[in-house]
Design a protein around this ligand. Structure first.
Ligand code: NAD
Length: 477
């Protein structure tokens, strides 16, 4: 079993405690590697490396075209390790090899995209008086701490780190304890790209220990958190205590509304990736479908056919479509949710149970006759469980879709684009997909309404969250 280490100040650091975190392949439940477990001393080391690099102004004062070139270099080096890193990600997370390699390439794309924006962070001049020259400059916060989840470990690092780096912050990333190994391959790319020491540090420790200590560290000036609502709220409390800004990207319970004129094949194609892909462990998973009663039976038949057709297997086996959930705990949680739905009156048209084989596989589950009172309609399941609810008129459909504490994603399926844009304006969600789930890219702003979080990641919009505005007034008298 290979042992991996924390990446601090461009060196590979063992933890003082010598403790390690063992990592499983969720397709077999066998250990595949371990990583030194970061605790307070390693968090202190990483934060102090980041602080020192920020205070040296090596990135802040770097000519902006040079910063952009360095970011393109990081992108190139990341592409070079995408197969090695993708394999490790596929083994530790369970997702397909294709998706895992793509995740590395997405990180590279993020760096290329934000590289092009490093010299476009323009301030403005403000008319005050004829004898005052007043202008704004956009400045980084300093040490930015990023805490990431296990479902898209590399993508989550990529989108926040590229923005943080482009704006001149020094960053400490804490990876998730279930999937920390592939990020060490990305750290190799950082080193190969020649990034000066201390600007990017990647550590892994337990959330309650290393994570909470990192976000409350006195030398951290800015926090980015992606994960559950429960942890997000704790982190917000901790940031409030220090009065520092936090970006929080949290969970979801996204609904797709299916109008009677929808092309049902679009709905089924979306379901394949958006609720059964990555075993449904997607923050913007299409976990609810709110379907007009006139097309519900036809759609249910197609969804059941899809669920039956999915090839179950580990992500590293050619052709696998339904891959494992991340852990035994997660499997028990997801199966428990499916069971609770059935006990509360839903009908499992397909699935509902774990699959009898090694590893943590859950059946692709389609629950019919779900209503808004049921737990499966309200809570984030984070597994391959699709809840189908019926509506009669469009106001009812919107009201069902919005009837949740979450507001991450939403969808509309219709051929009538007037109806689509009207519905999109009524939906309480940070992103709305019309006729195809996941239409976004690195350039589209991403984030939540309501308890799904605030601030935005990705796109030009994302830059705002990593910069503070300084106003300068010069008297010309
Ligand atoms: P989680 O909240 O349990 O953990 C996320 C990270 O926080 C991990 O690195 C963990 O170690 C750390 N952590 C845990 N407790 C902490 C604490 N007290 N202080 C500091 N750090 C702590 O979430 P998870 O189970 O890893 O991820 C799944 C959740 O993430 C789902 O709710 C999913 O919807 C959400 N998610 C959201 C987005 C988004 O962009 N909105 C993207 C991916 C995942």
């Amino acid at each position: 079993m290979e042992k991996y280490k924390n990446f601090i100040n461009n060196s590979w650091i063992d933890s003082e405690s010598k403790e390690t975190i063992k990592v499983e392949d969720p397709a077999t439940a066998k250990f595949i590697g371990e990583i030194s477990c970061a605790k307070k001393p390693e968090v202190d080391l990483a934060v102090s490396a980041a602080k020192e690099s920020f205070n040296s102004r090596i990135l802040v004062d770097m000519p902006l075209l040079d910063r952009a070139k360095l970011m393109h270099k990081i992108a190139d080096e990341t592409r070079k390790v995408s197969i090695e890193g993708g394999k490790l990600l596929c083994y530790e997370n369970g997702k397909t090899l294709t998706a895992a390699i793509k995740e590395f390439n997405d990180v590279a794309d993020m760096f290329d995209y934000y590289a092009g924006l490093t010299d476009k962070l323009e301030g403005k001049t403000i008319p005050v008086a004829h004898n005052v020259f007043d202008y704004t400059i956009l400045e980084p916060f300093g040490v930015s701490a990023h805490v990431v989840p296990w479902n898209y470990p590399l993508s989550m690092i990529g989108r926040s780190l590229a923005c943080s780096f482009a704006t001149g912050n020094s960053t400490v990333i804490k990876t998730a304890e279930l999937t920390p190994l592939s990020a060490t391959i990305f750290a190799k790319a950082i080193k190969n790209a020649g990034v000066p020491k201390g600007l990017i540090n990647i550590i892994c420790g337990y959330g309650k220990e290393a994570g909470s200590y990192l976000v409350s560290h006195p030398d951290v000036n800015h926090v980015v958190f992606t994960g559950s609502v429960t942890t997000g709220k704790k982190i917000l409390h901790s940031c409030a205590d220090k009065a520092i800004p936090a970006i929080v990207e949290l969970g979801g319970k996204s609904a797709g509304i299916v109008f009677p004129d929808a092309d049902l094949n679009h709905v089924v194609d979306s379901a394949k990736g958006a609720i059964f892909g990555v075993a449904g462990q997607i923050c913007t998973a299409m976990s609810r479908l709110v379907v007009h009663k006139s097309v519900k039976d036809e759609l249910l038949d197609k969804l059941v056919d899809l669920s039956k057709s999915l090839k179950v297997g580990p992500g590293y086996e050619e052709g696998s479509e339904l891959t494992p959930v991340i852990s035994k705990n997660q499997l028990e949680k997801v199966e428990g949710y499916a069971r609770s739905g059935i006990q509360e009156g839903a009908e499992a048209l397909h699935g509902g149970k774990r699959i009898d084989r090694d590893g943590y596989f859950m059946e692709a589950t389609v629950l019919n006759n779900v209503n808004q009172k049921m737990t499966v309609a309200r809570e984030e399941i984070f597994g391959p469980v699709l809840s189908v609810l019926e509506y009669d008129d469009q106001d009812e459909a919107i009201s069902i879709a919005n009837d949740t504490d979450y507001g991450l994603g939403a969808g509309v399926f219709t051929k009538d684009l007037n109806k689509a844009s009207w519905t999109a304006s009524k939906l309480e969600a940070g992103q709305v997909y019309v006729n195809k789930w996941f239409t976004g890219s690195h350039a589209t702003p991403f984030g939540g309404y309501k308890q799904s979080g605030y601030s935005r990641e990705k796109g030009i919009e994302g830059l705002k969250s990593y910069l503070q505005v300084k106003n300068v007034g010069i008297s010309l008298e």
